[in-house]
Design a protein around this ligand. Structure first.
Ligand SMILES: [Zn+2]
Ligand SMILES: [Zn+2]
Length: 385
């Protein structure tokens, strides 16, 4: 079968302390510290065979994520991969996807051939202390589909049944083809849902919301915040085409990011400030770090975008105003996938405007190149077209 594989040179930077497992398995905690000269190729590889607790999913649609771009892109000066998180290479990319179950392992109870599913990217173990506390996003032994184990930019993928969520309700509303494309948006929407609702200690309907980054995470955060009762919804993004999508989806205010942010936000909110801020741009030093006077009392900064630098935060202001900072990682656990799928199925969130193109897997490389400009929102690859 065809699969899009990421390769890179194993070249630990001076002083990066490789641990035993990193040395043995090349499953690297900080990808940008070790992987150099990344490249992607479309290869012919063997089809997966299901283990007893796995199903084989024929991939219908898989999104290209900002993380995929950051694994594929290198720092111009040093050649090191931009992505700072867990990466193993060589590996098949792709972690935002949906497809049809075509074969079922002997121990799988609740899935049948023909079921349409979307699949969690974070493969939590269920046994470590974080998992046993219900914080499966922070699993100490996790694998990540498309980062550390083979992903979905391939015709077929093997997935453990415990990470699969059925899309039958969405298919009832839209038919199977659209359900499968929307199914590929459940993972990025889940990332936003996790930050906005599970991590945010102060979410209330009526909150004024400021979102940095009108890429797929920011736009799904927008859709979710709107359905959950956002007051004003301010989207900040330098790209005109991305701001246009945010406007079409109902953003009340648009900023480019080059404004004096505190002033602009105070003007929009008539001096009252914002209650919820979502960082979905991955450049905290240019986004949340700059906010101070526009943060309302008891507001929350939901930091999702994974950047390279640590921002310098005005913590004295945070103390006086009771500002909450929450880091939010991924999407797994707490029924996030289930809830996002229900909102897709009842039509309360419509993510179709976010999809700017659907292309066959043979055009994957061109699609990655096209996304370098960050003009598109989401490009879906269709590996079986
Ligand atoms: Zn992603
Ligand atoms: Zn665990």
């Amino acid at each position: 079968m065809r699969a899009l594989t990421l390769r890179a040179d194993f070249a630990p930077r001076d002083g990066y302390p490789l641990d035993e497992r990193e040395r043995r398995e090349h499953r690297i905690q900080n990808g940008n510290m070790v992987w150099r000269h990344p490249q992607i190729t479309l290869d012919e590889i063997a089809e997966p065979v299901p283990k007893p607790d796995e199903v084989i999913v024929q991939v219908a649609a898989v999104g290209i994520c900002g993380s995929d771009m950051h694994m594929y892109e290198a720092d111009a000066a040093t050649g090191y991969m931009l992505y700072p998180g867990f990466v193993k290479t060589p590996n098949v990319l792709g972690h935002e996807f949906a497809g049809r179950v075509v074969s079922v392992g002997s121990a799988v109870r609740d899935l049948r051939e023909g079921d349409l599913v979307s699949v969690e990217e974070i493969q939590w173990c269920g046994e470590c202390i974080a998992c046993r506390r219900g914080l499966v996003n922070h699993c100490e032994n996790h694998e990540e589909l498309g980062f550390t184990i083979p992903g979905a930019m391939a015709e077929y993928i093997a997935c453990r049944a415990r990470y699969c969520w059925k899309l039958d309700d969405v298919a009832d509303r839209y038919g199977e083809d659209i359900a499968l494309q929307l199914g590929a948006m459940v993972e990025p929407s889940g990332v936003s849902y996790q930050g906005l609702f599970n991590r945010n200690p102060s979410w209330l309907p009526g909150n004024h919301v400021l979102i940095f980054g009108a890429g797929p995470i920011g736009l799904t955060a927008q859709a979710l915040a709107q359905v959950a009762g956002a007051g004003r919804l301010i989207m900040v993004d330098p790209s005109p085409s991305r701001r246009k999508i945010a406007a079409e989806m109902g953003a009340t205010d648009l900023l480019t990011g080059s404004e004096k942010l505190d002033e602009a936000v105070l003007e929009i909110t008539k001096g009252r400030g914002v209650d919820t801020v979502v960082e979905a741009a991955g450049v905290a030093e240019l986004t949340i770090q700059k906010l101070e006077q526009c943060l309302a009392v008891n507001s929350t900064l939901v930091d999702i975008g994974l950047g390279e630098r640590n921002p310098v935060m005005p913590i004295v202001t945070y103390k006086y105003r009771g500002v909450n900072y929450v880091g939010s990682l991924g999407h797994a656990g707490m029924g996030v996938f289930q809830n996002v799928i229900r909102l897709l199925a009842n039509g309360r969130i419509d993510l179709r405007p976010i999809v700017s193109a659907s292309l066959p897997l043979t055009e994957a490389k061109a699609a990655f190149q096209r996304l370098e400009s960050r003009e598109d929102a989401k490009i879906l690859l269709l590996p079986n077209e």
